[in-house]
Design a protein. Structure first.
Ligand code: C2E
Ligand code: MG
Ligand code: MG
Ligand code: MG
Length: 283
């Protein structure tokens, strides 16, 4: 994407670009009000243990029910939220909603195996000096224990600000909050820095999973990531698992967890409740 940015400059007068820019502007204004107007909703996507086929956790993924435009994809509004700084309020809202929901599930279904909830944090949010204070207050208010929460960050966060990131990770460890490195392999793809950070989980980006069967270099990248992670004591989640073949292949490589349409798309909390309590459901 970054590679195409230079070229995009020459396309300013393309009318479709103009329409795109206008839409961005409208969305930006609307997004400011979306939180107050209760237009955001959190969906949850199951994360499955590849060895047992059981539900290990869920990832919280924000959705925007725009009153005129219908569902707007986070791929479209997260970048806008990041540019405008609205991301800080948005991420905090999602974090709170997800912790609240997880606590509710624990109270409703105390007999189920405990699962965790993973929440995405933008780089901007992760470098907020009062992030830990906010997290503490959310855990306090919702009553959720830190060990049931995972935070997903990207490589950029660690590389751009290694010292403050390490400090933050330490404070999270003290609270038993786990940290996942999201979209792994798409950024710096430098495996060398990994051992310097106390991470719990790597999420292999779905671009490596999508044509795993045909593309031998993808499968050897995945193999390498899993081997390295194993040596560092880090568990691995494969994103974007869409077929039974992919699942079996990842399982044979020793990948711990899978997430993707093969298991379930992101679904609302009611649908997830049904799924959790359906004893006959297995993956
Ligand atoms: P992500 O964190 O890497 O989340 C995974 C994305 O892959 C989700 O897209 C999910 O719906 C999609 N996905 C899951 N399984 C499959 C599959 O089998 N095939 C395909 N093709 N896609 C699959 P979504 O929900 O549109 O979110 C896009 C991105 O937006 C997320 O990527 C994350 O970076 C960001 N995002 C979502 N919610 C939040 C949030 O609350 N805060 C922040 N900061 N970012 C968020
Ligand atoms: Mg994520
Ligand atoms: Mg991801
Ligand atoms: Mg991704």
């Amino acid at each position: 994407y970054a590679k195409n940015r230079g070229r995009a400059r020459y396309e300013v007068f393309d009318p479709s670009m103009h329409i795109h820019a206008l839409r961005q502007l409208h969305l930006e204004n609307d997004l400011r009000r979306a939180i107050e107007r209760d237009e955001l909703v959190v969906y949850y996507q199951p994360i499955i243990s590849l060895t047992t086929g059981s539900l290990q956790g869920v990832e919280a993924l924000v959705r925007w029910r725009h009153p005129q435009q219908g569902m707007v994809s986070p791929a479209e509004f997260i970048p806008i939220a990041e540019e405008t700084g609205l991301i800080v309020a948005l991420d905090q809202w999602v974090l709170n909603a997800a912790c609240e929901q997880m606590r509710l599930w624990q109270q409703e279904y105390p007999y189920l195996e405990p699962i965790t909830v993973s929440v995405n944090l933008s780089g901007r949010q992760f470098s907020q000096p009062d992030l830990i204070k906010k997290i503490d207050s959310i855990l306090n208010q919702t009553g959720l224990e830190g060990k049931y929460l995972k935070l997903e960050i990207t490589e950029t966060v660690l590389i751009e600000n290694p010292n403050s990131a390490a400090e933050m990770l330490q404070q999270l460890i003290e609270r038993k909050i786990q940290v996942c490195l999201d979209d792994f392999g798409t950024g710096y793809s430098s495996l060398g820095y990994l051992h310097r950070f106390p991470l719990d989980i790597l999420k292999i980006d779905r671009s490596f999973v999508s044509n795993i069967e045909q593309n031998r270099s993808n499968s050897s990248i995945i193999r390498t990531i899993i081997t390295l992670a194993r040596e560092l004591g880090i568990r691995v989640i494969a994103e974007g698992v869409e077929t039974q073949e992919q699942r079996l292949f990842l399982q044979s490589l020793g990948c711990h967890y899978g997430q993707g349409y093969w298991f379930s798309p992101p679904i609302d909390s009611t649908k997830l409740s049904n799924l959790m309590t359906n004893k006959l459901h297995t993956w």
